[in-house]
Every structure is written in C-alpha cells, then in structure tokens.
Write a protein that binds this ligand. Sequence first.
Ligand code: SIN
Ligand code: FE2
Length: 203
Amino acid sequence: MRIFPGTLDKNAQSELLNQIEAALDVAPLFVPRMPRTGRAFSVRMSNMGSLGWVSDKERGYRYQTLHPETDAPWAPIPQSLLTLWRELTDYPHGPEACLINYYTSDAKMGLHQDRDEEDFDAPVLSVSLGDRARFRLGGQNRKDKTSSMDISSGDVLILEKQTRLAFHGIDRIYPNSSNLLDGRQHFPDGGRINLTLRRVTKP
Ligand code: SIN
Ligand code: FE2
C-alpha cells in the first residue's frame, strides 16, 4: 500500500467538501444493507461518477448508474480527484466511481476486500476528510495477519498490486479529532468522510 500523508491542505480539503456537499444535494446519503441479512451498515454512503457502488438485501453488492432511492444519476467526480488519480497512479484510464462513505462517531467498517470491479489492474485510491480513523490492513486471505495505523484528514492511500485485493477496514473513528466538518449542512454530527476512487469496467 502506498500512503501519502497530508496530500490535501486545509484549503483543498474544504474545496473538496464543497463539491461533496453539492454532489449530496443531487444524490443524498443512503443506508446500505448487507446482502441476504438486510442488516444496515453503520456507514452512510453516496457516490460520484458514472457508476456508483450500492448494496441491499435483495440484490447485494453492485455498481449502478442511478441512485438506489431517487433513481437520479450521480454527480460527476470532481476534477481535483481526477487529477490526483492521474498524478498518483500509473493506471492509464480514469476512475468511474467515487464512493462517499460517511462515518459518525460510532460507525466502523468490517474487514473486507474491494472486489466488485472487473479490472483489478486498476488501483483503489482513497482520500480521508474530517475525523482521524484507525485503518486496518491485512493480506489477501481473511485469516492473514493484520496491522493498523491512524489516518487523518487530507491523507491519501493507494491499494494496488499485491494490496489491491488485501482485506481492509476501519476499526473506529476518533470523534471530534477534526473540525473540518463543522457547520456543514450535510454533516451536522461531524465525523469522517472517506472517498474511494475506482475503475470498475475493463477499458
Ligand atoms: C472502504 O474500504 O470502503 C473505506 C475505507 C475507509 O473508510 O478509509
Ligand atoms: Fe474497501
């Protein structure tokens, strides 16, 4: 995994947040549900891009062009994120999906692989905004040894090559460790936002 601490400065973070808020006006946060059990994720989600990742009880994990509740298209991926992808990855095609994960104080994300994409040659690039979080990274098998590290607002991570299919998750966030989300219409409870850029289809 490649880690780029402090890639986005305060201004860039706040500008990106403006764009996320505009995207959520078009495609509001929704509560994803686990396949089969229908159990709600503690994280709320939306997407930007031509494809968005969604999950529900009936149809499971998938990418789709429309919001699952409003049937409206997702807002486009902000230019600054496309530039980040171009500058930090050597993958020659653009990302198609940018998943927006929103964590309030007790949200977390269990260990999982990102494997709903067709093209594992493309990296997954993630950007963190707001509260600090404990990120856990394992190997390609669920039972492999894991290790954890804290990631902060403005940090960028890239899962690629041997780590592209590595198990990963968020153990916890550190509530009120950042004031970036203060006063934001869509995030009255503060918390953390993670964006993950993904190439979904084979070019
Ligand atoms: C994810 O794996 O989808 C999210 C990771 C994170 O929130 O940093
Ligand atoms: Fe993931």
